[in-house]
Design a protein around this ligand. Sequence first.
Ligand code: DON
Length: 563
Amino acid sequence: MRAFAKASLILILSVGTSFSQISVLKPAFGTHGMVSTSDSIATAVGVKILKEGGNAVDAAVAVGFTLAVVYPQAGNLGGGGYYIIHLKDGKNYAIDARETAPAAASRNMYLDKAGNVIPGKSLLGGLSVGVPGNVDGLLTAQKRFGRLPLPKVMEPAIELAENGFIVDEHLQEVFHHAQKEFGKFPSTMKYFSRNGKLYSKGERLVQKDLANVLVKIADEGRDGFYKGEIPGLIAKQDQATGGVITAEDVEDYHAIVKEPLMVSYHGYEVMSMPPSSSGGVCLAEMLNILEHFNLQRYGYGASQTLHYEIEAMRHAFADRDKYLGDVSFVSVPLKRLLSKAYADTIAREIDPFSATPSIDIYPELIHPPHEGTHTTHYSIIDKEGNAVSVTTTLNSYFGSMEVVDGAGFFLNNEMDDFSAKPGTPNQFGAIGAEANSIEPGKRMLSSMTPTMVLRDGKPYLILGSPGGTTIINAVLEVMLNIIDFHMPLARAEMAPRIHQQWVPDVVYYEPGALVYDVRQSMISRGYKLVPREAIGEVQAILVTPEGYEGVADPRGPGDAEGY
Ligand code: DON
């Protein structure tokens, strides 16, 4: 599957997109289960757990812990994540395992005396770290919805940490990019380099301290991570590099089980993540707006389709930045934002030809541009129809770049997802407002969008992506490709994407997304077009009458496998 995928991507990028070439990307197929992740070792672990009688939740938990070992750039114990779970009895759940601001965090912690944001302070080292949540997310999912004993589910991750795995080209490359930052943290160099040289392709990476932490979790459950020595080790590491996390912050952390956010779209039920992520709200708003337009008639890639998609993106992101934040701390007008009536009003105001200048929507919040991009998504379904969609992250690749000495895992740099100063863009250019300002214990706003599309109450499409703010649009576009444009799954994922997020007022497009005359049309409608490399990396599963199809986005190193 991978060989096909990589070969076809190279072909397509070098000679231009044509659907006959796209069809070279074959989905994995299975009738008993399907696992699609960013890493072939993690995918194999998920399939193994399904084959050994685990359900989709067991497999998702096994994959989550495995990614923390073999995909340290985004898989994690020291980060956060979101889980969308559908059980075969028809019940649906969302788990919010997003990091929180430490108790000593404060609104202006990233500002200088003049009130300006100090560049980098929320991105690198101690102060950038939010209180880790992902382990409690994994354990909550396992305890409530898993079937196998926890030690069994964690066995593959422990084995991979204890005995090591072979570093591949992708990991070598991301290590290489992080080399300079790793050098700033002795604990990071201790675990990921030998004689001062970072691990490279073909070498075996053994992580004994990480294995010990995993064994503690397997033996003691939540207490193995949130009590005992780990909270103290996290606090010590964080404070040594200027952070304020205490052992109590870690001990007090709890994931929250929530109702998933539901929206209908052309007869499908779309289930996604409610706040503290903005993903579900934005996706719902965009779908509600787009339901007003006959996208199927215009077709994929037509300037009229793109116009309506972009306008829907622009309005949803404007509302994201103005209104959204942690609902345990701020009041968010969710009912209004999610209502069909609100979308009707917006849809009616969209000019059928011309772009809406972003400045016309909430001008008081507008700011100059910025950019940036790792996170990881996995989708799993078992033979009974239990399904899980998980997106988890350290925020940037390797998060804060610092590893907890004595424990061997990276700490996130998720604090950058708060609005350090309302109106000032974060690394993804999201500007945020008062609703996303920093408060102790608060969850920072996310764009992660683990999603499931249900048909007649059963999973039809399971998907999600990394990519910061581009996540929401990547998920939307793959969904539209399937629901509106009737593309097969592989083609739906391959199809070049665009991205607009209100601010900056530009439209990013992947190679091949806008052919010449479409570009001309978009420019004449008032759009500013900016070419860009890969937008998102969608790991998806489609349920067909024959069985399960799985595709790992060829934009990344992932792998889908069924049986
Ligand atoms: O929660 C968020 O929206 C971001 N911290 C996600 C970061 C991300 O996807 C980076 N990956 N490319």
